[in-house]
Ligand binder design. Structure first.
Ligand code: A3P
Length: 312
């Protein structure tokens, strides 16, 4: 017998008032918006409809060059409350850009929703004399991220990038050993930029004249390569963001030999091939010399930052 009189306890149709139902198109549009913001894009229509704004960064990845700055920025951008500035802006380290003023800088920022935070990265900031004071003048309570790798490895990575640039232009270049070691004294050549950049404590000490140490967060760039999630969770906490980046968002790509990013079921990406170059072999005695040279500076860096690494 058909029971015509009985109604379902909770008829599906009555769960939403018709006017409360969100059309599928809108949902797709919203997903599209987040996706476009994460890619650093937004259409004029999206800007108008969602009151999107260009906000000054509330956190900056100030360095260190070849520490994994791009990977860190892209991985943080997985967080729904983070919007990245795709390009390195070089506002604070480049006098010509700095003279263009803060509105020029803001104009270089991506569109975002008001509750989101914008992050930019320009690794040259860490080593450029004038930058700490300039950033302080913009926002004295800004959060500063520094990603570091074992200093000798970082120096070789730095060299490899320059070498590749020279080779692309069919130019010859010195061997790493000849740049890193002074032929006259047989000591480490502190005039070589790749060596100087790896003396992290020297640069950090300049920053500490303006910002308290609590405003910095040190990211382990070596661990970001092998096991990125715990490093990203530490950054989420530092930025006072709810923990949203999960293992789902990061998958190891055996062909690339690195973790790649999964935004959703359809959108994933690995970093460009210029990230993760094969380093040249370096004479082991030079490696040891460099490691010994960096050792006392590393100790000081651990002491100041409160973060210790297993560097030699
Ligand atoms: P190598 O090219 O020496 O391997 P930066 O973005 O600051 O220039 O740093 C580049 C480094 O990021 C690369 O150095 C690479 O090792 C590291 N890196 C960290 N995570 C990565 C990832 N998921 N994909 C590619 N490179 C990554």
């Amino acid at each position: 017998m058909r029971n015509r009189g009985l109604q379902p306890i909770c008829p599906i149709e009555s769960r939403f008032h018709p006017s409360e139902q969100i059309p599928l198109r809108t949902l797709q549009f919203k997903r599209g918006l987040l996706h476009e913001l994460r890619k650093g894009n937004a259409t004029k229509e999206q800007i108008r409809l969602h009151n999107l704004v260009q906000q000054l960064p509330r956190a900056i990845i100030i360095g260190v060059r070849k520490g994994g700055t791009r990977a860190l920025l892209e991985m943080l951008n997985l967080h729904p409350a983070v919007v990245k500035a795709s390009q390195e802006i070089h506002f604070f380290d480049n006098d010509k850009n700095y003279a263009r003023g803060i509105d020029w800088y803001r104009g270089k920022m991506p569109f975002s929703l008001p509750h989101q935070i914008t992050i930019e990265k320009s690794p040259a900031y860490f080593i450029t004399e004038e930058v700490p004071e300039r950033i302080f003048k913009m926002n004295s309570s800004i959060k500063l991220l520094i990603i570091v790798r074992e200093p000798t490895t970082r120096a070789v990575s730095d060299y490899t990038q320059v070498l590749e640039g020279k080779e692309r232009k069919n130019k010859t270049y010195h061997k790493f050993e000849n740049l890193a070691i002074d032929a006259n004294t047989c000591e480490v050549n502190t005039k070589y930029k790749a060596v100087r950049t790896s003396i992290y404590t020297k640069h950090l000490e300049r920053w500490l004249k303006y910002f308290p140490v609590e405003q910095f967060h040190i990211v382990d760039g070596d661990r970001l390569i092998t096991d990125p999630l715990p490093e990203l969770q530490l950054v989420e906490r530092f930025l006072n963001l709810p923990s949203r980046i999960s293992q789902y968002n990061l998958y190891f790509n055996a062909t690339r030999g690195f973790y790649c990013l999964r935004f959703n079921i359809v959108f994933n990406k690995c970093l460009a091939g210029s990230k993760g170059r094969i380093h040249p072999e370096v004479d082991p005695s030079v490696v040891t010399k460099l490691q010994k040279f960096f050792h006392p500076f590393n100790q000081k860096f651990y002491q100041i930052t409160g973060r210790t690494f297993n560097w030699p």
